[in-house]
Design a protein around this ligand. Structure first.
Ligand code: 4GY
Length: 249
């Protein structure tokens, strides 16, 4: 997967993409990340990328010409890539959308600044609009990094060892169970006995059970849209009867 990030602050992109799983995925040639400076495509001595809004009002708008030229250059390098504008007006980003994006050979991620980009860019150059959440950032760069991060770790081989992405929270609308490592006792707080037992069937049962209960307590909205299987229904039934006994005692 080839990511091209179009931004007036390329310095924001490179330090991030050289580290950790993303850095290793670049080394392994699973992805490439290039930050393209929109300013390099601006004309004139001052390389201006913004201008005052027609109709008045405060703030500045990103001029269409430099952005259009930058997008054309990115498209030329990677003709099958799709262009995505990061904006609060876009489709909400989630794990499912991360999987969907994985089907592309390349993503050209357009990062706006100021009040936003000229509407003619959206009309003529943007294939998709994506939002990482209902809040307003000062620019699209962090949103682009969020997408690069979430999509890259879905690429087979990126996580190293046995790929564990399919066990993640949200992959099946369940939150993940808790994790423990040494020491066995920390501040008087013990690792659950079952995890030390070596009984893998029991451990899997405990993990599913605690996942379900966590999801029920922290994110009931996730459970609502999920089909429970018989084992899961039985876990919740048992949990309900245990609670009933407690409250009737
Ligand atoms: N939220 N999700 C977001 C954002 C900042 C338009 C210029 C978001 O993806 N991008 O807040 N982007 C942009 C918004 C004006 C700054």
């Amino acid at each position: 997967m080839d990511f091209s990030v179009l931004t007036i602050f390329p310095e924001l992109i490179n330090p991030f993409s050289n580290l950790g799983i993303i850095g290793r995925s670049i080394e392994r040639d699973l992805i490439s990340v290039s930050a393209i400076n929109i300013r390099d495509f601006a004309k004139g001595k001052h390389k201006v990328t913004d201008d005052r809004p027609y109709g008045g009002g405060c703030g500045m708008v990103m001029k269409p010409e430099p952005l259009a030229a930058a997008i054309k250059a990115a498209k030329k390098k990677n003709p099958s890539a799709i262009t995505i504008h990061l904006t609060p007006q876009g489709r909400p980003f989630n794990q499912k959308l991360a999987h969907e994006l994985l089907d592309n050979k390349g993503l050209i991620l357009i990062c706006g600044r100021y009040e936003g980009v000229d509407e003619r860019i959206t009309h003529n150059f943007i294939d998709d609009e994506i939002s990482i959440g209902d809040y307003v950032l000062t620019g699209g760069e962090i949103a682009a990094l969020v997408i690069i991060d979430a999509v890259t770790r879905l690429i087979p081989g990126s996580l190293g060892g046995i790929d564990s992405a399919d066990k993640d929270s949200f992959e099946d609308d369940l939150l993940e169970h808790g994790h423990y490592t040494r020491p066995k006792s920390f501040m008087g707080d013990e690792v659950p006995e079952v995890l030390l037992s070596g009984n893998h069937a029991e451990i899997e049962k405990w993990r599913l059970e605690t996942s379900l209960i966590r999801t029920f307590l922290k994110r009931p909205d996730l459970l609502k849209k999920r089909q429970l299987n018989t084992q899961e229904i039985n876990i919740l039934k048992k949990w309900r009867s245990d609670l009933k006994k407690l409250t009737h005692a």
